[in-house]
Each structure stands twice: as structure tokens, then as C-alpha cells.
Design a protein around this ligand. Sequence first.
Ligand SMILES: NC(=O)c1ccc[n+]([C@@H]2O[C@H](COP(=O)([O-])OP(=O)(O)OC[C@H]3O[C@@H](n4cnc5c(N)ncnc54)[C@H](OP(=O)(O)O)[C@@H]3O)[C@@H](O)[C@H]2O)c1
Length: 361
Amino acid sequence: MSRELASRASIFLVGTGVVGGALLEILRGPRGVDVAGVANRRGIVFAKEGPPIPPSKVGEIVGKPRGDAPAVIDDDLLDALATLPNPVLVDATAAGAIDELYLRALGRGIHVVTANKKPIAGPFAARARLFDPSNRARGARLRYSATVGAGLPVIETAKDLVRTGDQVKRIDCVLSGTLGFLSNAIASGTPLSRAVAIARQRGYTEPDPREDLLGADVARKAVILAREIGATIELDDVDREPFIPRDVLDRATPETLDKELARLDADFAARAERHAKRGEKLVYLARIEASFAGGGIRAYAAPTAVALDHPAATLEGSSALVAFTSARHASDPIVIRGSGAGGAVTAAALLADVFKVTGLA
Ligand SMILES: NC(=O)c1ccc[n+]([C@@H]2O[C@H](COP(=O)([O-])OP(=O)(O)OC[C@H]3O[C@@H](n4cnc5c(N)ncnc54)[C@H](OP(=O)(O)O)[C@@H]3O)[C@@H](O)[C@H]2O)c1
């Protein structure tokens, strides 16, 4: 049967943590998607005889002790994956140098679907290689809806505005489920260090929570969005003020982070009280501004005090908000808000992208 006519997709999942684990959970139901293989930093399993692999095999690598030697997904494995119906490589890691794996997959006609912002927000030239039209000519597509706003239709909205000829003038966003959760928890009296521990426990934070606290995660999302509206912007071009002072995060290790944060508890509580007295709330806002006259696009992110009736101040838990102001939506921006972090919503966004790249939607 030709790939296009096959009614099932075959995924190879890299990363079995909060997001990858949630995806495996969703795929226990009849979704028309077979798990052909799974990899994490502890091992790799692949159904050589054809998918799906039995859940016990997945359990084998998920249950293995931790190690730091990432599984090697070699060309033989990719060649075998490429022969399966509608093959898709799904990236649910936060790995840095994974572009090369994407290129090897795309080059074989294997679609790539990712929740990992790093390759999409990485150097512009490297990203351009991932979107080379030759990949599409081989039938392979790359989608990354889950990288901004988890399960919210943020990327798709940006794309639709641009491809229908609208001019996006400004994008205002609360893009970090983690920082949104922290802002809310601190505003309602939870100490900073405790709030970070809860966010970690609930799977809202990046694998290394310093990425959230530095604003690096938000900056990557801002880069991804700015590029959707035509910017050739790099990560360093995003002006940002971290949520937690940089010197504290620079000296913290993952092991000492809790202790360093506890030293800031009183400061953050006092600041929250000051803002509450003024009828304000501190939120971590990012803004992308396009000035079409100059042709430039500017992006910045910082903790910002907003009035309590500002839409960003009304977000609860780990919710996210993105407001697009464009030539056509000038006086009443398109506002997208909802759950912006967490395993289940992000995994669902990955699965929706699997359906879209394979045409099974
Ligand atoms: N959590 C969210 O709400 C959310 C929302 C949107 C996007 N995302 C993105 O989704 C991705 C995954 O997040 P997560 O919260 O699921 O992280 P996580 O719980 O830390 O899981 C990461 C997984 O990736 C595996 N991994 C890391 N480097 C690898 C490598 N080089 N080769 C193979 N496997 C590797 C890890 O292996 P081990 O298990 O062996 O350590 C682990 O299974 C991140 O890029 C994150 O930014 C997350």
C-alpha cells in the first residue's frame, strides 16, 4: 500500500518524560497511530518486525536506571522506519543538537513533529535547512505547534494571518505556563521556592527549571513567533529581563536551586504585597512588535506590573494568553487563551500534528 493511502501512522517517539509519557498514554486508545519505536537517554526500542511495539517493551526502557548516554538513532533504524506506513519522528525532548537527526529523517521522507523549541528557535541558518523545500519534495513535513502555547492554536493562527495577507503589527503574550503559575501562586501568598517546587512536580517546568526562570523559554517562543511573521531574528536579539535575578541562577545548580530560591522568598512576597496594594499584579509579558515602516521586528520579555483587570492579570494556574493585533484585527485583537503547559495538552498537540503531517486529519 502506498504511504499516502495507508490509514495508520507509525511514530518513533524520542523522549518519554512528562510530554512523551502523556503521548504514550493517549496512544493506548484506538487513535490510528502505531508506536514503532521509543528512545530516551537510557535506551531505545524499535519494532523491527513492524509496529506496534508492546507496552512492556516501552516499560523496559522507561524503567531503566538513569544514564547520560543518549540513545543513538542510526541510519539503519531510520531506513527501516521510512518503510512503515506514514512514518513520523516525534521529538518530546529538550535536546539541543537534534537538528541533525531531523535532517536525516526528513531526507528519508520521514515527517518530523516536535515539542522541542531548540531546533525551531536555533540559529536562523540551521532552521532554514529544516524547512528546505527539498524535504517537502520527498513528502516529508515538519510541524511544531506544541512549541508555543502547548495545545493552543498559536502557531497556526500566526501562519493563517500571514498567508492570508494580513500584517501582524503586535503580538502580546503570556507564554510561560510556568511563570504564569508562579506569578499566580506568589500573588496568593505561596513562597517563591515552594511555588517552583509545585510547578516542577506538576510537570509545568522545563526539564531544567532555570530555563523558565531566566526567561529563556519565553525568549525561544518569542523567536519562533517573530519568525512566523517574517523576522530573521536570533535568540540573542530578544531583550529580556529574567524572572529571577540572573546572578542567582548563574550560581545555582539543579541541586542547589531550591536553597537559592528560598533566600528570595521574602523579597518576592514583599513585592507581591506592594503590587496588590496598588491594584496590580506582576506577570511575565513578552511582546513582539513589527514596525513595517522600518521593516524591523522587535521582541522583548520582562516581568511587568499590570492592572488587575488587564487580560494577562486574569489568567489562572498555568494558563497562557496570546493577543494578535494586525491590520485587519486592529481595534479588537485576536485573543487565544487557555492551558499553556502540561503533559496532556502538549501531547495532544503533538498527536494533532501527527495527523496533519500524515494527512490522517
Ligand atoms: N511540559 C510541558 O508542559 C511542555 C509544554 C510545551 C512544550 N514542552 C517541551 O516538550 C519537551 C519535553 O518536555 P518534558 O516536560 O516532557 O521533559 P522531561 O519530562 O524532562 O522529558 C524529557 C525526555 O527526553 C529524553 N531525552 C532528553 N535528551 C535526550 C536525547 N538526547 N536523546 C533521547 N532522549 C532524550 C529524556 O530521557 P530520560 O527519561 O532518559 O531522561 C526524557 O525522557 C521539551 O522540549 C519542552 O520544552 C513541554
